[in-house]
Ligand binder design. Structure first.
Ligand SMILES: Cc1cc2nc3c(=O)[nH]c(=O)nc-3n(C[C@H](O)[C@H](O)[C@H](O)COP(=O)(O)OP(=O)(O)OC[C@H]3O[C@@H](n4cnc5c(N)ncnc54)[C@H](O)[C@@H]3O)c2cc1C
Length: 481
């Protein structure tokens, strides 16, 4: 089989305006079309993407509706027990809504994944999870205090008394499960727990959410409000359906439809390999350069886990390619994959694609294995000579990967390519604002795509801002969730 990456020359230096990339990637920046351009063949509608601000506005609107629901049901009173009860009611409703939001963020809905980005969603989920847990605990405390004040008992006796109410045992178990999930997600604990263990514990969130829902339907929060109960059920059913559809049905359908298998494992450097995979009808995935999939290799040592890796080349001839740095147990095993191994790939995910672009000039800034999505973008982002610059940061020359391809693309497209070598704690910082401006004099007029280790990405983003690139024009992706 021919090698679609090494053997073929990279794309044209400046693809014509009728190039399918322009229409398929629907960039916000579109190069001018000549007046006499021929009519384009009809193309598939661009993928739907929800911008982060749109999603946040929608979620905030939902929270306001929940507060409205509480206001409608609240009975004003100055009695202490009633005050506690109404606060418990508000916290309970918001906690229930928050659980749904947390599930929605992780439902892998394409419009959300492609617009917001998986890394940002994971950060919001982690932050939001803390608020939801706080609301759950506040709900419990207020309910206990309210019941104790109402019955004239202490909090312990109130806890025993409350257990007699419908749905309260379920609610207690649900809260305990959510607290357990929260504890294992705390950074200090998570660092010590295997990813698979953490994930298995995290699945308990679904049980916790179901128990919380049962409690809310049978408890005082929604009881008596037929419309409220109906709306609450509709909300839960919608999120549940999205979860089942995008986390179960779509992956199974993709596996059956595309039958992916490994065709080659190529050594790229001391710790880095590229895995080339072939499948059927891969264009239908509509994967864009800059995106990633979650890959499950059906090999004895790897089938248990699905690992995220970016495409290191555009999809071509029903072939996908990833480039992986060995840094842990699983990534070390990838080196030993054999051709013929079947692969389950779910995706594409990620928002670091051409659609984010707003300027004609683009700087791609990669650190270490963060070069993988940049390699695919370097080849495909529309632009003429001088429009694209790739800065590739690495400790030393022998750590550079895909070098031949990058140089061939740079030569064919008239793009600039610079290697920034040296230890991260060296005396000279090649990512300092001044150094960046020396390499890219009109830096402030660029969009920047940034991918690298967390420390480097943070430092580079700060340096770019100081060099005059607004944060909104820095499009980055972290390789950690
Ligand atoms: C969006 C994205 C794109 C990525 N693209 C690339 C790429 O193109 N090339 C590349 O070399 N690396 C890439 N990575 C990083 C790569 O996924 C991790 O290095 C790899 O999962 C580590 O696995 P390990 O078991 O070998 O290492 P370990 O040492 O076991 O894990 C290291 C860390 O990786 C994370 N991790 C482990 N397993 C998973 C999992 N199943 N899902 C999510 N995170 C996990 C955990 O945070 C863990 O603490 C990407 C990561 C993300 C999030």
């Amino acid at each position: 089989m021919s090698d679609p990456y090494a053997a073929q020359p990279p794309g044209p230096a400046d693809p014509p305006a009728t190039h399918p990339l322009y229409s398929r990637l629907t960039p916000r920046y579109a190069p001018p079309r000549p007046a006499h351009a021929p009519r384009r063949a009809p193309v598939a509608a661009p993928p739907l993407r929800l911008a982060p601000s749109e999603l946040l506005r929608g979620l905030a609107g939902g929270a306001l509706l929940v507060v409205g629901l509480w206001l409608v049901q609240a009975e004003p009173s100055v009695r202490l027990d009633a005050l506690f009860a109404t606060l418990a009611h508000l916290c309970g409703l918001l906690a229930g809504y928050g659980i749904l939001v947390m599930l929605l963020l992780m439902a892998r809905v394409p419009a959300i994944e492609h617009g917001v980005g998986a890394d940002r969603l994971a950060r919001w989920h982690a932050l939001g999870g803390r608020y939801v847990l706080t609301l759950c605990l506040a709900h419990t405390v207020f309910a206990l205090c309210g019941y104790a004040a109402h019955t004239g008992t202490d909090v312990r006796a109130a806890a025993v008394g409350l257990m007699g109410y419908p749905g309260l045992v379920a609610a207690t178990v649900g809260t305990a499960l959510l607290v357990g999930v929260g504890v294992t997600s705390a950074r200090t604990v998570r660092r010590r727990v295997r990813h698979e263990t953490w994930r298995a514990v995290h699945l308990l969130t679904y049980v916790g959410a179901a128990l919380a829902f049962a409690h809310q339907l049978s408890g005082p929060d929604l009881a008596g409000g037929a419309l409220a109960a109906w709306l609450w059920t509709l909300l839960h059913t919608t999120v549940g359906t999205l979860l089942v559809w995008y986390r179960l049905v779509v992956p199974v359908r993709q596996a059956l439809r595309h039958s992916l298998w490994v065709t080659e494992v190529r050594i790229e450097g001391p710790d880095v390999v590229s895995v080339v995979m072939q499948g059927l009808g891969l264009d239908a995935l509509r994967a864009e350069p800059g995106q990633f999939f979650r890959w499950r290799f059906l090999d004895r040592r790897l089938w248990r886990t699905a690992l995220p890796f970016s495409l290191s080349a555009p999809v071509r001839d029903d072939t996908l390619r990833i480039t992986v740095k060995a840094c842990g147990d699983h990534t070390r095993r990838i080196r030993r994959l054999r051709p013929g191994v079947r692969v389950l790939a779910t995706g594409p995910f990620g928002a670091m694609t051409a659609h984010r672009r707003t300027r004609r000039k683009v700087l791609l800034l990669a650190g270490g294995v963060g070069i993988t999505p940049m390699r695919a973008l370097f080849e495909t982002l529309p632009g003429g000579p001088g429009d694209l610059t790739l800065l590739y940061r690495a400790g030393a020359a022998d750590q550079l990967v895909l070098r031949e391809e990058l140089e061939a693309i740079a030569a064919a497209r008239g793009a600039a390519l610079h290697y920034l070598l040296g230890p991260s704690d060296g005396p000279f910082d090649p990512l300092a604002p001044r150094a960046l401006r020396n390499l890219v004099p009109d830096l402030a007029d660029h969009d920047v795509y940034l991918c690298g280790p967390p420390g480097m990405s943070r430092a580079a983003a700060a340096a770019l801002e100081r060099a005059g690139v607004p944060a909104a024009r820095v499009h980055s992706e972290e390789f950690t969730f």
